[in-house]
Design a protein around this ligand. Sequence first.
Ligand code: NAP
Length: 231
Amino acid sequence: MSGTVLITGCNRGLGLEMTRQFADDGWQVLACCRNVPGASELRALEEKFRHVRLFELDVTDYDEMSALAKSLWDQPIDILLNNAGSYGPKGVAFGQVDLDEWRRVLECNTIAPYKLAETFYRNVADSQRKVMAIISSKVGSIADNSSGGGYIYRTSKTAVNQVVKSLSVDLHDRGVSVLALHPGWVKTDMGGPNALISVEDSVAGLKKLLLDTDLAHSGRFYNYDGSEIPW
Ligand code: NAP
């Protein structure tokens, strides 16, 4: 069965590949990115697949998000995928953390995913599959933190995991499943060239999880290979 998926951050990396794989399977993809005219690879997918629709969305621009929701008010969304994310400055040691960067990353990785869920939950609840997922990261797992550092990115993903858990409780009675997903260490601009996993393999795994999930899996944190990650 196909359906409709809304994905953020679709112009490159995991979001672009997610758009490609869902479109290939016949899904309608509502593909969002910050700069549609500059998103040449995404526009090529729009040309190839008539069921890929592009929308401009900076996930931290809540007026833009609200306007998009108005234009999609009667569109059921089977899967709402918050993929957009920002790492912030890399290699920052204890004592050198830029607080303004920290606030910027928290806005993008933690607050915006909550706002996306709040803005589109009715569309999801009105769909067949009723799935929401936030691309988190294993480095947000407190149980997994043995190397320290990474204050900005780690905290943004730890906090968004808590958003996932609360959403799973609050939206349970509407039948909506909410997942936190780790894509693996993936060869994208964020993951860098030394990463271990291709975008194709990561997205294939994530997509399988999204399609197989139900309320019994809601409020949990999964690796792209289907294994569960401790919070
Ligand atoms: P990427 O190649 O750096 O792509 C990041 C995407 O997020 C881009 O499309 C970017 O758009 C978009 N984005 C950033 N800020 C945005 C905003 N305010 N509004 C809308 N879009 C915004 O990274 P990626 O590896 O594909 O990462 C995708 C997700 O996976 C992120 O949530 C990331 O934290 C997570 N993740 C990645 C890895 C990895 O190894 N790659 C590991 C764990 C988790 P612009 O082009 O406009 O900047």
